[in-house]
Design a protein around this ligand. Structure first.
Ligand code: PRX
Length: 647
């Protein structure tokens, strides 16, 4: 464990008010004592309101079932005024979005003035298609500027966007379109990633086969590849926006009006559409972005996530734009055309803050240091990590090789549900420790509880809960508030349960140990074991199956499937290939099983419940931790499983 001295502040233009541990402690205590007052002051200072709110927090976790909780409920705003109009007025030529395409030669600087204009034209296009405030619009795109423009255009007119990651299959896309009742889909002819073409429009066509709810599909021309266009339903984006007025008044929205729905996986059932609202979400995304990363006026902020995930929403689009920053949008991968792509971009664009996932860090570290050393990375100041636990080796490589010991590392813990970063160092104030997300943000009250819900005080390990609402928190699950309450607030009444395990050390630092439920985290992609299992079970040759995660050196977690074949079937390479295809078609290409293991049965209790705990121990190589198996219906299964295990 290393404790790193706090670097000195080196330049002006800083927007971060949490510049020392004293300032951090003072703000944290003030937010704990009076959350309403703290966040009201914050939002009035940083966000443009049409009607400034007087109310802060109304309700709390105890009222979540009946009335929920609200932030700034009497305020009115349109988030695009904070993200666009005020910057277009004050710094029109500043680059808002710095886009780099799949090929390094494709670079576009979009100024705040020009982004506002493009958003207005797109918003007018949506209006011309009949989209109204509160309507849902699905965005199924790659990392092209029009994806951000589409999100902001929805926000401009009070429509609710739901971005679906471009790797999801037609079936997964159809489920989401149906669940939120979208009438418009925005996509592109092809996605482009690491020189591969991804047939986005064709997937949309497949998803909409037999569906009658979607009336319009807007198609961005990215590659110019021939695609089928339905003359009644499909419109080329460039043609549709071309003649639209470049001004579109911002629709007034209540603070608690929905801004977007984002689907995410849980332990059971289908993915949930988490709902984020305008006022609270924007306030929190902007606050955390400005403070965690020690944002300065001349920063070039590069978040390498995809906008299909929450990280892209909060730290490519809403947080940086609300703060008037220059935000990078990157279409390709860190390995394309070779493992120096990030460092080459840092040098060419003078990137100052880089935010990526541990899987990318581990992958790049494995390629050797020379790829970093070959480039001038001296512009870097803050290096962020997100999405999965970062192991100390990867953390140290990030600090010592990429950051050359000069940069602050911020390991940021948060979730789709939290809207923004909740536990993280504040750069450069918080002394860091390799592998720790350190301390909660002001306004975040982190508690560890044991299995029975008793709070663990001081150092210890337990289940991570948050005990006080914060503005960026998802308010509900679209169309199913009971599921929201049951998932997050029923395990430990009065607390929001994160689903993560966590250790707290003697200095109060948090070390996230990973999910404690049946959620997988593969390369930072969150997927439910239940989704894997139901896709595998669609195959006729499979009688039963159980899926668990195992530690993986690069991906963080790998996926292991125990398969009980139907009588007469065998689990061989042929079946594995077919199951891989089934997973691809039910979920998407990112849902891959690393090992299929045939088994005659699963370890079950006498009442028929699969003991996943035992399966986890088997694939994690922890045979000694399996414990008493005498309560199993057939204890001999465990020995057979241990013998066949491939990890
Ligand atoms: O298990 C935690 C892990 O990612 C989960 C949330 O996934 P998702 O909603 O997809 O959002 C990812 C991006 C915010 C969490 O429950 N996780 C996220 N950040 C960290 C992390 N685990 C350890 N350390 C982190 N910094």
């Amino acid at each position: 464990m290393t404790t790193i001295p706090v670097p000195k502040r080196v330049s002006d233009g800083a927007q971060n008010e949490l510049h020392s541990m004293d300032a951090y402690r003072e703000r944290w205590l003030s937010a704990q004592a009076d959350p309403s007052g703290f966040w009201l002051r914050e939002t009035l200072k940083s966000i443009t309101w049409m009607t400034p709110p007087n109310q802060g927090l109304e309700g709390g976790f105890r009222t979540v079932q009946q009335t929920g909780f609200t932030w700034f409920a009497d305020g009115e705003l349109n988030v695009t005024e904070s993200c666009l109009d005020r910057h277009a007025r004050e710094r029109p030529e500043k680059t808002a979005i710095l886009w780099e395409g799949d090929h390094p030669s494709e670079v576009e600087h979009i100024s705040y003035k020009s982004l506002l204009l493009r958003v207005c034209q797109a918003a007018n296009t949506l209006i011309s298609l009949g989209v109204q405030k509160g309507d849902r619009v699905i965005i199924y795109m790659g990392m092209v500027p029009q994806a951000a423009v589409a999100m902001l255009a929805c926000a401009r007119i009070g429509a609710i966007h739901s971005v679906v990651f471009g790797g999801f299959s037609a079936e997964a896309l159809r489920d989401r379109i149906r669940d939120c009742g979208a009438e418009v889909v925005i996509t592109q002819d092809m996605g482009l990633r690491a020189t591969r073409q991804i047939p986005l429009k064709a997937v949309v066509d497949q998803a909409l086969m037999g569906e009658s709810g979607v009336h319009h599909v807007l198609v961005v021309k990215r590659t110019g590849e021939a695609v089928q266009m339905d003359p009644e339903r499909d419109h080329w984006w460039h043609e549709a926006v071309h003649d639209q007025p470049t001004h579109c008044p911002a629709t007034p929205c209540a603070a608690e009006d929905p801004l977007f729905i984002l689907y995410t996986s849980g332990s059971t059932g289908r993915p949930k559409g988490l709902l984020h609202t305008c006022g609270g979400y924007l306030t929190y995304a902007a606050y955390t972005h400005r403070n965690v990363f020690d944002l300065r006026d001349d920063d070039v902020f590069a978040c390498m996530a995809d906008i299909g995930w929450i990280t892209g929403h909060s730290y490519i689009v809403y947080g940086p734009l609300a703060n008037g920053a220059t935000t990078l949008m990157f279409e390709s991968t860190p390995m394309c055309p070779d493992p120096s792509r990030y460092w080459d971009m840092v040098e060419r664009h003078r990137i100052t803050i880089l935010y990526t996932a541990p899987t990318a860090i581990r992958t790049l570290a494995a390629q050797g240091d020379h790829f970093v050393h070959a480039h001038d990375t001296s512009s870097l100041r803050v290096l962020g990590s997100v999405g999965e636990p970062i192991n100390p080796e990867a953390w140290l490589w990030y600090r010592d090789v990429v950051g050359q010991g000069r940069c602050t590392i911020v390991d940021t813990w948060w979730q789709t549900e939290t809207g923004g970063i909740c536990i993280s160092p504040i750069a450069p104030a918080t002394p860091t420790k390799a592998g720790s997300a350190t301390l909660p943000m002001p306004g975040i009250l982190a508690k560890l509880v044991d299995q029975d819900g008793h709070e663990i005080l001081g150092p210890g390990q337990g289940y991570l809960c948050l005990s006080q609402p914060w503005p960026g928190q998802a308010r509900t699950v679209w169309g199913d508030h009971d599921r929201y309450v049951a998932t997050y607030f029923s395990t430990y009444p009065g607390l929001y349960f994160t689903g993560d395990g966590c250790r707290r050390d003697a200095e109060g630092y948090h070390w996230i140990t990973g999910r404690v439920d049946d959620v997988l985290n593969v390369s930072g992609h969150r997927m439910g074991t239940a989704e894997f299992e139901s896709a595998i079970l669609t195959h006729d040759a499979v009688a039963e199956c159980a899926v668990v995660g195992f530690p993986h050196a690069i991906k963080g977690q790998g996926v292991y499937a125990f398969v009980v074949p139907q009588a007469g079937a065998t689990v061989d390479a042929g079946l594995a290939a077919e199951l891989t295809t089934a997973l691809r078609s039910h979920i998407g290409a990112h849902a891959r099983v690393d090992h299929f293991q045939a088994t005659a049965g699963l370890p079950k209790t006498r009442s028929g419940k699969v003991m996943r705990r035992i399966l986890r121990k088997i694939v994690c190589g922890e045979a000694d931790g399996i414990g008493d198996t005498s309560t199993l219906a057939d204890p001999s299964i465990v020995d057979a499983l241990l013998k066949g295990c491939q990890t």
